[in-house]
Design a protein around this ligand. Structure first.
Ligand code: FES
Length: 154
């Protein structure tokens, strides 16, 4: 359930746009920041606030990989495997991540520390291969660099 503070923030956001629907994405960000992910109850609550159908809100939340529909780990690793990254060994990076973490894309480690995701272009093709960990980009990656990054997160 959304907190009073989150509801207030969403109401303020909605007032900033001629069409309140334009505030949907930042409102989903507020809701996710609060709970760590967007539960179906939260999505229903937001659909009521915006006077949209739950499926309309669900469509938006499902389109963007930045929205999580189930609980995630402390660190969410989004590994790009799109064309530029693929040509620069993204498959090797993904294989290294799955081996080191012991999970497949879409899974979370048992200690809830890491969630691994395979994503489309992160918009940093010139520095492929790229992963995003929470809100930070890591570029020009090699398996050795991945190890150093993960060690720094331990
Ligand atoms: S293809 Fe990976 S960042 Fe664009």
């Amino acid at each position: 359930m959304l907190s009073e503070s989150a509801c207030r923030q969403i109401q303020v956001l909605m007032g900033k746009y001629p069409q309140k629907r334009s505030a949907l994405i930042p409102s989903l960000q507020i809701a996710q920041k609060e709970a760590g992910y967007l539960s179906s109850d939260t999505l229903r609550e937001i659909s009521a606030i915006f006077e949209l159908s739950p499926s309309e809100v669900n469509e938006v939340a499902s389109f963007y990989t930045m929205f999580y529909k189930k609980p995630v780990g402390k660190y969410v690793i989004q590994a790009c495997t799109n064309i530029s990254c693929m040509l620069c060994n993204a498959e090797e990076i993904m294989a290294h991540l799955t081996k080191r973490l012991g999970i497949e894309p879409g899974e979370t480690t048992p200690d809830q520390k890491y969630t691994l995701m395979e994503v489309e272009c992160l918009g940093s093709c010139g520095t492929s291969p790229v992963v995003q960990i929470n809100e930070k980009y890591y570029e020009d990656l090699t398996p050795e660099k991945i190890d150093a990054i993960l060690d720094s997160l331990e």
